[in-house]
Design a protein around this ligand. Structure first.
Ligand SMILES: NC(=O)c1ccc[n+]([C@@H]2O[C@H](COP(=O)([O-])OP(=O)(O)OC[C@H]3O[C@@H](n4cnc5c(N)ncnc54)[C@H](OP(=O)(O)O)[C@@H]3O)[C@@H](O)[C@H]2O)c1
Length: 337
């Protein structure tokens, strides 16, 4: 039985990891940590009462490492990079849910985030999007688990981009996220009274997920890509719906485009391509590790409009992290998911 630990167990991604891992037949949760004063985990999450007899608190990384084989870091960026090397040096595998190891160019990371404390580890990290990097994930010791918006956008664009149907100068991504995407730390903007019955955009072309989307779409297409990206906050607990506008430079019918997507993802359990004219809906992926994709093509306008739906905390975070763990340890990829 694989022994796993979670740092950041008191956060949203940490709670989702607990929800998945507690029922996972191949693992035993052996250690939990956060910044809070040490407390039984069932006091934080009453739904865990009688299911997990562990405490969660300010445990030293070295102590946590002694208790597990694989560590999930559900920590903010900057905090993760302080802990990952401790575990890696002790021969443990690390799945980091933050952005600290996602950007391969440290200069780009430092432009969008903070000074990197251990850039030498960026090279060792594998971008954990199994649908594109499964072979690398199998051999990885450090997984940079993708961001939620990037997961929804990269999976939505990859087939048309890879087959060079897209004018790479014109990609517009419009994403809407549930509020859990912002984490558990309270702010005024995230209060119910501020959010309910309303809906707004934020950080147009300034969101930190942009360089990650650009990096991965450039890899898929073999050309430098800079997308236009506007995220929105919608008054729902979880879920992301991304609408991606792709200008086509080669003709393709909707039927052929759907065939292309079905073929590209034919072996991917967690990607579901919708039927002709069907749009994905976040309610169908909530608490599941699926990415649902709908493809519309308008040949007379040379446009494809792709919509994707994921749960930001599952395929966008903790579910994908467990999918990566399964692959790293040779378990069935959908085990526990
Ligand atoms: N929310 C999402 O939908 C989502 C999706 C994809 C990726 N992510 C990424 O996943 C990571 C966690 O996100 P989240 O939404 O779960 O955030 P969150 O709800 O704010 O949780 C953050 C966790 O990190 C812990 N923490 C913070 N500083 C710490 C420190 N110095 N030492 C130990 N623990 C510390 C917090 O502990 P305390 O409670 O004790 O402060 C808490 O458990 C972030 O990097 C985020 O970008 C989140």
């Amino acid at each position: 039985m694989l022994k796993v630990g979670i740092m950041g167990a008191s956060g949203y991604a940490g709670e989702e990891l607990l929800r998945i891992l507690i029922k996972h037949p191949g693992v035993k949760i052996t250690a939990l940590a956060a910044k809070i004063d040490t407390t039984p985990i069932y006091k934080l999450y009453p739904w865990l009462k009688g299911m997990l007899d562990l405490e969660c608190g300010d445990m030293k990384a070295e102590e946590l490492a002694e208790k597990c084989d694989c560590v999930f870091l559900g920590l903010p960026h900057k905090v993760s990079m302080g802990f990952a090397p401790v575990f890696l040096k002790k021969g443990k595998k690390v799945i980091d849910l933050s952005a600290d190891f996602r950007l391969r160019d440290v200069g780009v990371y430092e432009k969008w985030y903070v000074k990197h404390e251990c850039p030498e580890y960026i090279k060792k990290a594998v971008y954990g999007l199994p649908e594109l990097y499964r072979d690398e994930v199998k051999k990885a010791d450090l997984i940079a688990n993708p961001g939620c918006y990037p997961t929804s956008i990269i999976l939505g664009c990859a087939p048309l981009l890879k087959e060079r149907f897209v004018d790479t100068e014109y990609i517009v991504c419009d994403s809407k996220s549930g509020v859990s995407g912002a984490g558990r730390v309270p702010t005024q903007a995230l209060m119910f009274t501020e959010l309910q019955n309303s809906f707004r955009a934020y950080k147009a072309n300034e969101h930190r997920h942009m360089p990650e989307i650009d990096q991965e779409l450039s890899c898929v297409s073999g050309k430098k890509i800079e997308v236009n990206f506007t995220p929105h906050l919608v008054p729902m607990e979880r879920g992301i719906l991304s609408t991606i506008y792709l200008k086509l430079k080669k003709e393709i019918s909707e039927k052929k485009a759907l065939e292309l997507y079905n073929d590209f993802y034919k072996n991917e359990y967690f990607v579901r391509v919708m039927g002709e004219g069907v749009y994905p809906d976040t309610k169908n992926v909530v608490r599941q590790n699926f990415c649902d994709i709908g493809v519309r093509v308008f040949p007379e306008r040379s446009m494809a409009i792709v919509t994707t739906a994921i749960d930001n905390l599952v395929k966008g975070a903790s579910g994908q992290a467990v999918q990566n763990m399964n692959i790293m340890y040779g378990l069935k990829e959908n085990m526990g998911l």
